[in-house]
Design a protein around this ligand. Structure first.
Ligand code: LMR
Length: 328
């Protein structure tokens, strides 16, 4: 608690975290790594906190800690089990230690757009996957979509072969690693908060992320440009610990879960617009966005396709087929 208080003070600019809780209120701490505002996850976390703090006033109190100020994504899962935080929303690429099923979401060019993602994640297979880490004590509450990923690099990329020999920062995902290797490039797993510095100092040459992350983290400032590949999904699992969830009185738990469900639906409904806005902000800032011709796009699809068979055993063919079917 003392350490948390110190961190809260040190980042008192992040006003959300200073929401003061009354005696007797259940404190719900939510730690995440992205910008507090102007980002699908940052805004969804804020909306969740606003609703909990208004509608559950006297019963529960939620504090949000954005920008990796409390925990990185690799530490936050431990923190959930220790009860240091009650909610997190790491990207689906970051659960390799607990389930290989989520490798599905990282398959390149799996989902054609965010509507397909929504269809899959609210369907039977998507919902079942929320329970894929219960043996470790984690419960998924919903998927928070964040957009498709684009490549940025310190030189122009139009074809995957342009990336040969370059080094790309990736999340802690073996699928992403295989994908980068399929481009003839090298992958380096780094925590999100280290990416800007790594790009700036040339530790890596490029990275892949959503428009909202590229804009709010200012990656475009330290890159030659961004290539609009839409090659992979960035989405999060809103996750909590079973122990905490089960510790709640049933009526409190039901109210919290209902708010979380409604916030999830509302947040996912505005992601495409927010991504488009942040893409435009990148252009307005003077950065270069390279669009691909259909032939160029096909070259990326072809280069990355071998990645699918590599991970089919971990994921299961039925699950891959269900995700593909959501594109119709
Ligand atoms: C990344 O590490 O690039 C992303 O997972 C960060 C995020 O949460 O969007």
């Amino acid at each position: 608690l003392a350490a948390t208080a110190a961190v809260t003070l040190a980042f008192s600019g992040a006003a959300q975290a200073t929401e003061s809780c009354d005696d007797g209120e259940i404190v719900i701490k939510f730690s995440h790594v992205v910008a507090a505002t102007g980002h699908p996850k940052g805004d969804a976390a804020t909306l969740l906190a606003e609703r909990v703090n208004k509608e559950m006033d006297g019963k529960a109190c939620m504090q949000v800690f954005p920008n990796s100020q409390l925990f990185d994504d690799d530490k936050v899962m431990e923190a959930l089990l220790l009860g240091d935080v009650q909610l997190a929303a790491p990207s689906l690429s970051k659960f390799e230690a607990y389930t290989l099923k989520f490798r599905l979401f990282d398959l390149p060019f799996l989902f054609q757009d965010l509507d397909a993602v929504e269809r899959f994640s609210t369907g039977a297979e998507g919902k079942a996957l929320l329970n894929s880490m219960t043996e470790y004590g984690f419960q998924g509450l919903g998927y928070w979509s964040s957009g498709l990923k684009q490549f940025s690099a310190n030189k122009p990329l139009l074809l995957p072969t342009d990336a040969a020999g370059m080094k790309f920062r990736i999340q802690t995902s073996d699928v992403a690693e295989a994908m980068i290797e399929a481009m003839g490039a090298n992958a380096q797993k780094l925590a999100f908060k280290e990416v800007y510095g790594a790009l700036q100092t040339g530790v890596v040459d490029g990275q892949e992320n959503s428009w909202s992350n590229i804009y709010t983290q200012k990656f475009f400032e330290v890159q030659d440009g961004i290539t609009e590949t839409n090659h992979q999904l960035l989405a999060y699992l809103l996750v909590t610990s079973d122990e905490w969830l089960n510790s709640l009185e049933p009526d409190v738990r039901d109210q919290f879960l209902k708010i979380a469900e409604e916030v999830t639906a509302a947040a996912n409904g505005s992601v495409a617009q927010q991504e488009a806005t942040n893409r435009q902000r990148i252009l307005d800032a003077g950065a270069t966005i390279r669009e691909l011709t259909p032939e160029q796009r096909q070259a990326w699809v072809d280069a990355m396709k071998p990645v699918w068979s590599k991970f089919e055993g971990d994921i299961g063919k039925d699950l891959i087929d269900a995700a593909v079917a959501s594109n119709t």
